[in-house]
Ligand binder design. Structure first.
Ligand code: ZN
Length: 450
C-alpha cells in the first residue's frame, strides 16, 4: 500500500551511499555489466528491498541463489522456450492463479509475441506503424481532440465549482489542468530495431535480443534530458494512461473502437465510453497519488493543509464504499489499493456527463439518426444511453480464481463495480432511470471527491 504514495517511492541516493546500504552487492561491477553510462545518483523505489537482499546474500546458501537465479531465467523465458516449458508456466500462472482451462489459441499467442501486449511489447512499434496507417486517419484524431477538449472544459468547470476547495488550491489545480499535455494515436518517433537480428530458427534468441535492445534504449536515457515524446503503450493497445511525471494523458489509436468509441453512434454513447475514459485519465492527475505532482510533473505539495484534509476525508468515503464490495463471495475489494482508479472513474463519468450536456445544448435539436441531440433511440433517452454505454464498457467474463487474484493485487475494481460503484454515487444516473432513494442503485449515503 505504501507505494501508492509517490513520496514513499522518492528516495534519491548517491551510488556511494548505495554501497553502504547494501554492502554485499558490488554495484560498480553490476552497473558496468549492464553497459550503462557512468552516473552518480539513483532513485531507490524501495530501500528496504536492497537492505534485505544484501542480508540474504550472506544468510542464504550459494546453492539456493543458483537455483533461484536459474528459475528466474526459466520463468521469464518459458513462453518462448519449447512447449513443455510454456505448458508448465501456463499450468501455474494460467491454471492455478487465474483458473483458465486452456491456453489461448496459438495464433493469439503468436500475435502477442509480435504485436505485443502491455509490458511485453516486443516488436509492437513496428506493427503499430501499419495499424496507424490503416486504422487511424485525420478524422479520428480530430474527433478525439474534440472529445478531449470537451472533457477538459468540463473538468475545469467542476474544479471551479467545488465548495470544499479553497481558492488558493483551486488556482493551482486549474493551473495543473491547463498545463495537461495530450498524446493521441501513436508515437512520432518510432523505436529503432535496426540493431536486432531476427532469425527464423531462434525464437528465444529473438526474444532476448529484442529485450536487450530495449534495455540499451532505456540505459541511454541516463544523463539525458527527459524525453517528452515518450510513449508507454503501442498504438494498437486498447487502453490509455495518465503520466503524473509528464502531466499528460495518452490515448493509443486502439482505444478508438467499440465499445469505447464508434463513429456511427451518437454523442451520448461515445461520451459514456471514450468520453468517460478520457475523463478518467485526466482526473488521475487529481487522485490520491496524482495530486502529489505539480503542473510540470514534479513531486511537490501544492495543497493547503485544510484542502488536504478535505480531500482525504472525501477519498476515505470512496475507500470504504469500494471496500464494502466483493469481487466474488469471500473476496472483498481493497478500498485503498483501488482508491486512485475509483476516484478517477467517479470523476471521469461525472465530467463526461456534463461535457455531453454542454455539447448537446450547443448543437441544438436534430432528428435521428445522426449526430446531435436525439430525444430517444431504441426507447432510451440520451442520458440513459450515456450510462448504458458506461456499463457496456465494463462487461467482462472472468473465472472465480481470476476475480480472487485481482481482488488482492489489481488497482482496478472488477468491471461490475467499476460500472455500479460509480452509478450508485451518481445523482444524474438515478434521475435518468428514476431510481428511488434507498434502492440498491440509489443508496442513501454516497461519495464524491471531484
Ligand atoms: Zn486509471
Amino acid at each position: 500500500m505504501a507505494f501508492r504514495d509517490p513520496r514513499r517511492r522518492d528516495n534519491p541516493t548517491t551510488v556511494a551511499e548505495l554501497t553502504q546500504l547494501a554492502p554485499n552487492i558490488d554495484f560498480a561491477i553490476f552497473f558496468r555489466g549492464t553497459g550503462a553510462p557512468a552516473f552518480t545518483r539513483v532513485n531507490l523505489l524501495n530501500p528496504q528491498y536492497l537492505r534485505d537482499i544484501s542480508t540474504a546474500l550472506d544468510t542464504l546458501p550459494l546453492a539456493a541463489w543458483k537455483a533461484y537465479m536459474k528459475w528466474r531465467v526459466l520463468d521469464a523465458l518459458a513462453p518462448v522456450l519449447a512447449s513443455r516449458f510454456e505448458r508448465e508456466a501456463f499450468r501455474f500462472n494460467g491454471t492455478v492463479l487465474s483458473g483458465q482451462k486452456e491456453m489461448r489459441p496459438r495464433w493469439m499467442r503468436c500475435n502477442d509475441a509480435v504485436a505485443g501486449q502491455p509490458g511485453a511489447d516486443a516488436l509492437g512499434e513496428i506493427v503499430g506503424q501499419i495499424f496507424i496507417q490503416q486504422r487511424f486517419g485525420a478524422d479520428a484524431r480530430a474527433r478525439m481532440n474534440e472529445l478531449i477538449a470537451a472533457l477538459q472544459h468540463s473538468l475545469e468547470r467542476t474544479l471551479g465549482g467545488l465548495e470544499w476547495m479553497s481558492p488558493a488550491t483551486r488556482a493551482r489545480a486549474l493551473e495543473k489542468l491547463a498545463a495537461l499535455n495530450r498524446k493521441i494515436g501513436g508515437t512520432e518517433k518510432w523505436r529503432d530495431f535496426s540493431a536486432v537480428s531476427i532469425k527464423r530458427d531462434d525464437y528465444a534468441g529473438n526474444s532476448m535480443r529484442i529485450a536487450a535492445n530495449d534495455t540499451q534504449r532505456q540505459l541511454h536515457w541516463i544523463g539525458q534530458p527527459v524525453d517528452r515524446g515518450l510513449w508507454l503503450m503501442t498504438p494498437q493497445t486498447v487502453n490509455a494512461y495518465y503520466s503524473p511525471q509528464l502531466n499528460e494523458i495518452v490515448f493509443p489509436a486502439g482505444i478508438l473502437q467499440p465499445p469505447f468509441f464508434d463513429a456511427t453512434k451518437d454523442d451520448a454513447v461515445n461520451f459514456g465510453g471514450a468520453g468517460a475514459v478520457i475523463g478518467h485519465e485526466m482526473s488521475h492527475g487529481f487522485d490520491d497519488s496524482g495530486r502529489r505532482f505539480d503542473p510540470k510533473g514534479n513531486l511537490t505539495d501544492w495543497w493547503t493543509p485544510a484542502d488536504d484534509a478535505a480531500f482525504r476525508q472525501r477519498a476515505s468515503c470512496v475507500a470504504s464504499q469500494y471496500g464494502g464490495y466483493s469481487a466474488i463471495e469471500g473476496a472483498t475489494l481493497n478500498g485503498n489499493l483501488t482508491l486512485g482508479e475509483n476516484v478517477a472513474d467517479n470523476a471521469g463519468l461525472r465530467i463526461a456527463y456534463y461535457a455531453l450536456m454542454e455539447v448537446l445544448a450547443a448543437k441544438g435539436p436534430s432528428t435521428p439518426p445522426g449526430p446531435g441531440p436525439q430525444p430517444e433511440i431504441d426507447g432510451f433517452t440520451p442520458d440513459q444511453r450515456f450510462f448504458i454505454a458506461w456499463a457496456q464498457v465494463w462487461c467482462e467474463n472472468a473465472t472465480d480464481q481470476d476475480f480472487r487474484r485481482r481482488a488482492q493485487e489489481d488497482v482496478h475494481a472488477p468491471g461490475r463495480w467499476r460500472a455500479n460503484g460509480v452509478l450508485q454515487n451518481s445523482e444524474e444516473f438515478r434521475k435518468a432511470f428514476g431510481c428511488r432513494a434507498g434502492t440498491p442503485m440509489a443508496p442513501v449515503n454516497t461519495c464524491r471527491v471531484w
